[in-house]
Ligand binder design. Structure first.
Ligand code: PMT
Length: 404
């Protein structure tokens, strides 16, 4: 219990204050200790009791109430905080924290805290776009705070435009990513592929596979959490793209190939977790193919092998990590792929192993490099990604790369 990470949640007076309750509940379910501090105005929108019930802690509002219990509470909470998230952050509170004002419990504790800080603005579009607010936000950026941009849409005041609080899951990502203290990938460009490809037969049908994109998305999450600039090239997937990751959506293997040809030279690390179709219909019919014949054969042609191309065009010090999806002779086939495709690292998984492969939240991986073969038990794709990244970091060090 003592090792629990503490997230301090500052709730300010905007209509989106109710969403902070969902966020609190999500963090509590994940095992974090959450301390909530509200502004007086926030209590007009949602009762402190809601947060007290969720966190099992008193909610702090005024610096002066219950002085005996909390005379230096703002300092002790500031010292204990592993992350401080202000959600929603009104224009007023943004202005105050940008200029170091500390006239209530929230702003006082915020000023005293030295942990990573995450600001989630939510307000009317006019207020958000106002030059004063924008300059205050620039100030917060310049202090190294994480800003989770609001979304555009229909606002509570009836206006349409930018100002709606970012999706709760995106805020959750941003907070949890700041909790990853080590940032060895700062300044590094990471290119990751995820999900299936679709190869069209006609305007109605396509050839594809069961990849959900979960493995690639988990790898992207860790790369971002460790400080990298991440581009995720993905086929049609339903997975949510994590916070602050550039996403490029493709359908076919040829489209994926074009993107990799364009971006691979700028990448320090490339991971190919996508399940790329090996073949595509030799021709894509312009109209729906009719079912006239009893038997129907479809001529296929080979797709470009993107990983092989990347291996052939690998620049100095670039790290290339491939995957191998097998149903038999896992190690033999994977080692063959690693060598033939010039990969520094290859992650092998056997689709027939329980808990491995497509669609699951878990995987069973074996990591092959020219130095070792390491087998891992069944674990979540996020945990598996952590291990893959540890291997990648080790290879970068061997290559003499300086890591932050
Ligand atoms: O997406 P999930 O549901 O989470 O599932 C994860 C996964 C099973 C898709 C993932 O763990 C995985 O194994 N990805 C690789 C799938 C695959 O295509 O394996 P392969 O052995 O057929 O290909 C070997 C490597 O070459 C892969 O890195 C692949 O991206 C790449 N390749 C393959 C064919 C091709 N034309 N171009 C390629 O770049």
């Amino acid at each position: 219990m003592e090792n629990k990470k503490t997230i301090v949640m500052g709730v300010t007076g905007g209509i989106a204050a109710f969403k902070a309750a969902q966020l609190t509940s999500n963090f509590i379910k994940k095992g974090y200790d959450v301390e909530v501090i509200m502004t007086k105005h926030a209590t007009e929108f949602i009762a402190p009791l809601t947060f007290e019930s969720l966190t099992k802690h008193n909610v702090m509002v005024s610096t002066f109430e219950k002085v005996h219990e909390r005379s230096v509470k703002h300092i002790s909470i500031a010292q204990r905080a592993d992350a401080f998230v202000v959600v929603p952050a009104t224009a007023n509170v943004i202005a105050k924290i940008a200029h170091g004002l500390a006239d209530d419990m929230l702003t006082t504790t915020f000023l005293a805290a030295s942990c990573p800080k995450i600001i989630c603005p939510a307000m009317n579009t006019g207020m958000y776009e106002n030059i004063v607010t924008q300059q205050n936000l620039d100030l917060l950026r310049s202090y190294g705070y994480t800003l989770v941009e609001p979304e555009s849409g229909f606002l509570a005041c009836g206006d349409m435009g930018k100002g709606r609080l970012a999706d709760i899951s995106i805020i959750e990502d941003a907070v949890e990513m700041t909790l990853v203290k080590e940032k060895p990938l700062l300044g590094k460009q990471v290119l990751i592929s995820a999900g299936p490809t679709q190869e069209a037969l006609d305007p109605v049908r396509f050839l594809t596979n069961h990849s959900s994109g979960k493995m690639g998305v988990a790898l992207a999450w860790w790369a971002k959490a460790m400080g990298a600039d991440v581009t995720l090239v993905h086929g049609p997937i339903h997975e949510r793209i994590p916070y602050d990751i550039k996403s490029i959506s493709i359908k076919s293997a040829c489209e994926m190939f074009s993107v990799f040809q364009e971006f691979s030279q700028d990448a320090d690390i490339i991971i190919k977790a996508a399940a790329v179709g090996d073949y595509r219909p030799a021709q894509t019919a312009n109209d729906k193919i009719k079912k006239n014949e009893e038997q129907f054969s479809l001529p296929l042609m080979k797709n470009p092998d993107i990983l092989s191309w990347l291996g052939e065009h690998k620049k100095t010090n670039q790290v290339l990590c491939g995957f191998a999806m097998e149903t038999q002779n896992l190690l033999q086939n994977a080692e063959k792929k690693r060598k033939e495709k010039h990969c520094d690292l290859l992650v092998a998984n056997n689709l027939l192993t329980k808990g491995a492969g497509f669609g699951n939240d878990t995987n069973v991986i074996t990591i092959l490099s020219n130095q070792e073969i390491k087998e891992y038990p069944c674990m979540s794709k996020l945990e598996a990604s952590d291990h893959i990244w540890q291997h990648i970091l080790a290879i970068m060090e061997q290559k003499g790369e300086s890591l932050c």
